[in-house]
Design a protein. Structure first.
Ligand SMILES: Cc1ncc(COP(=O)(O)O)c(C=O)c1O
Length: 370
């Protein structure tokens, strides 16, 4: 039985009518650029997250970029980032002419290693960007201690709905950056993002940055960009928002079911399952195992029609575009090891029990055949 890594059609079916009505509402109003849908979504998402302010932007990448711009990051500055993350976390730093300072992760949560982070802080450090990877909150208490007075931008692209010891991700650092890429816990019908903050001053600056740094008609105290969230996206996201908690519960249920199925199949000591650490509110945006002979297992799963993917096959400090920073293999051993071992399995909320059993059965067959 084939099992997709993600099937968004199953999520869409039960909300189809509501979504189409919302899209019609925007079409009838012909109000596409910012306006009432975007403002309503900003209010509703801020309330859902329990943060003071939220500003809708064009993508998770632009959320990170605008957050760095709001802090005034530019040439000569350093920004500390984990090396094991999606490219955007570091790409935005480089784009602003600042230097991404790559730091290793911890093996337990795949998030930035707080001790390595502390060692990477220099007088030039203008911000740190911990990533709540795979849907689990990073150790924000240790990260905050390590960062000291350096502002923290949380990369929450994968962590909508996760919390650290009761505090929502995106509400802990100075700024939070979310993505509504369709595969995320809250996904749009295309690109979209959100920046969160409790600072009245930063939200004012972010709203200016989103429209070319404009403070009033044709008045530009700073250079910004076109970072606007589309009204159609906002309307769709408003329909999806109230369902998000239930979808996350579905992901957690599937992760728990995997745990049982892997144990029953005698695979507990063969593959390593993701840890849901206490106080970290894991939302399982991805369910990432560590597997011996990962590439062969991946090929076997794909041949059997089981969707799976490697996040991330090459840590960012080793990416060709960062060669000028002079990094070498071996500098971030935990991340480098993870990039060889990790494999993401289907975990989306609508998966059936039979599908979860199929995934584990095909993995069991692979290791038994050896
Ligand atoms: C950790 C992380 N940061 C940033 C982004 C960028 O988000 P977007 O694709 O919406 O630009 C993503 C999304 O893929 C992500 O996973």
């Amino acid at each position: 039985m084939p099992v997709p890594l993600l099937d968004l059609k199953r999520q869409y079916r039960p909300i189809r009518e509501q979504v189409r009505e919302a899209i019609d509402r925007v079409c009838d109003a012909q109000y596409f650029i910012l306006g009432p849908e975007v403002e309503a979504f900003e209010r509703e998402s801020a309330a859902a997250l329990g943060v003071a302010h939220a500003v809708g932007v064009s993508s998770g990448t632009d959320a990170l970029l605008a957050a760095l711009m709001a802090l005034g990051v530019g040439p000569g500055d350093e920004v500390v980032v984990p090396t094991f993350t999606f490219f955007a976390t570091a790409g935005v730093v480089e784009r602003l002419g600042a230097k991404p300072v790559f730091v290793d992760i911890t093996a337990r949560d795949y998030c930035i290693d707080p001790e390595a982070l502390a060692a990477a802080i220099s007088p030039r450090t203008k911000a740190v960007i911990p990533v709540h990877l795979f849907g689990q909150a990073a150790d924000m208490a240790s990260i905050a201690r390590a960062a000291g007075t350096v502002p923290i931008i949380e990369d929450c692209a994968q962590s909508w709905g996760a919390d650290f010891e009761g505090r929502t991700t995106g509400g802990i650092g100075v700024l939070g950056a979310f993505s509504f890429f369709p595969s995320k816990n809250l996904g749009g019908f295309g690109d979209g993002g959100l920046v969160t903050t409790s600072s009245d001053e930063l939200i004012r600056v972010l709203k200016e940055l989103r429209v070319h740094g404009q403070s009033g008609p044709y008045e530009h105290p700073r250079v910004g960009g076109n970072f606007r969230l589309h009204a159609l996206q906002a309307a769709v996201l408003r329909i999806k928002l109230p369902h998000t908690a239930g979808w996350i519960e579905g992901r957690r249920r599937n992760a728990a079911r995997y745990r049982t199925l892997f144990a029953e199949a005698g695979l507990a000591g063969v593959v390593e399952l993701p840890e849901a650490l206490p106080g970290r509110g894991h939302t399982f945006n991805q369910f990432v195992i560590r597997a011996p002979r990962r590439d062969e297992l991946k090929a076997h799963l794909l041949a059997k029609g089981i969707g799976c993917s490697v996040y991330y096959p090459l840590p960012l400090h080793l990416q060709p575009c960062f060669r000028h920073l002079g990094h070498r293999e071996g500098e971030c051993p935990v991340a480098e090891r993870a990039s060889h071992d990790v494999l993401a399995l289907p975990v989306f909320p609508e998966l059936t029990d039979a599908e979860l059993s199929e995934v584990v059965g095909v993995i069991a067959d692979f290791y038994k055949a050896q």
